[in-house]
Design a protein around this ligand. Structure first.
Ligand code: TK8
Length: 335
């Protein structure tokens, strides 16, 4: 036997052993809902997740991806996961606060200075701890994806200073921290599901909203919004979740397939989103949006006002978690 034949024989034996012992995987159809359109960073990463699940399960586990909130808003999908009527979704952590109060940590204005800090905290022990709490409430959190730093758009006037927000009817996510934050800034904050946002802007039910550049582009908000102010006021992530009822019925191997595929999708998604963000801003400009940055003095004023909500976030998520997060950020920044 030649050496390469020997290796081939060994390989076959290993494969046989592998398939005999491992792979407690059954045919499964998993509905995975998300809010953005297919041609968005969320849609692209969902495709990566689906392909990886297919591959890792030897084609047995199939993801049926359903975007554009066709299965409902974030909050409706979460309820479907908790009840067991839907298997998986990806959505904002901000809309999970009513289910798991610790999630409000990620709503803290200016919590992270950059994406690297976000990755370190979200993928580290603090991110794990916050994610783990979901399991007490009917959902299993797999990984955090980047939604991104959020920026402000509106149709009334360029926002160059705090006072420009006076009376602006601003859609916020269905979350008390966001509501308090923007009320504190003087806006007339209105909580609405994302799935209703485009129409609300189009019909002028609201004047403005805040989301990352990627979303402003993929959801075509530039068609109904004139002014964009670079505020980067909060990094609020997305989280990939599974119905706990469904998860508990899966074998360890099946759970591993979902977890490994989720990690792969996360790494893809963060890179893809970051690559797209700069290009998206330039494209929004060519689409006719008027973009302005804040002067350092005005940015500081806004930051000062916004961080006044910090005390209530600390109380809401628990001071221990709050202090631990601040200490960890200080450690990262000092390193
Ligand atoms: C999409 C939402 C969206 C979020 C929002 O379902 O609601 O503004 O930023 O990405 O989760």
């Amino acid at each position: 036997m030649k050496l390469n034949q020997l290796f081939a024989a060994i390989g076959l034996c290993l494969l046989a052993i592998g398939s005999a012992t491992a792979a407690d995987i059954k045919p499964r159809l998993i509905r995975f809902g998300y809010g953005l359109v297919e041609q968005s960073n969320q849609g692209r990463a969902t495709k990566v997740f689906a392909d990886e699940v297919d591959k890792l399960s030897g084609g047995k586990m199939k993801i049926r991806a359903i975007g554009a909130a066709a299965l409902g808003s974030d909050i409706q999908m979460q309820q479907a996961l908790i009840g067991g009527a839907q298997e998986m979704m990806v959505g904002s952590t901000a809309t999970l606060v009513g289910i798991s109060k610790e999630m409000a940590l990620w709503d803290t204005p200016f919590l992270f200075n950059n994406a690297k800090e976000a990755d370190t905290i979200l993928d580290g022990p603090i991110g794990e701890k916050v994610k783990a709490k979901l399991a007490d409430n009917g959902m299993v959190g797999l990984v955090y994806w980047e939604n991104g730093f959020r920026n402000l758009t509106n149709n009334k006037r360029p926002v160059a200073k705090l006072e420009d927000l006076d009376g602006v009817k601003l859609r916020v996510m269905q979350n008390t921290v966001f509501l308090d934050s923007f009320k504190t800034l003087g806006a007339n904050a209105v909580p609405l599901p994302f799935s209703e946002l485009f129409t609300a802007l189009e019909t002028k039910t609201v004047d403005g909203q805040e989301n990352p550049y990627n979303t402003i582009l993929s959801s075509k908000f530039y068609e109904v919004q004139k002014y964009l102010t670079v505020t980067n006021h909060v990094y609020s992530p997305w989280i990939v979740t599974v119905s706990k009822k469904y998860w508990d019925g899966l074998s360890k191997d099946e759970q591993n397939v979902l977890m490994e595929a989720a990690k792969k999708s996360r790494d893809f998604e963060r890179k893809d989103t970051r690559d797209e963000a700069g290009k998206a801003l330039a494209e929004l400009k060519t689409k006719g949006m008027q973009i302005n940055e804040l002067t350092p003095a005005e940015a500081a004023r806004m930051r000062d006002k916004l961080t006044r909500v910090n005390a209530s976030i600390g109380a809401g998520v628990g001071m221990e978690l709050w202090n631990e997060t601040q200490a960890e950020l200080a450690r990262i920044r000092g390193a």
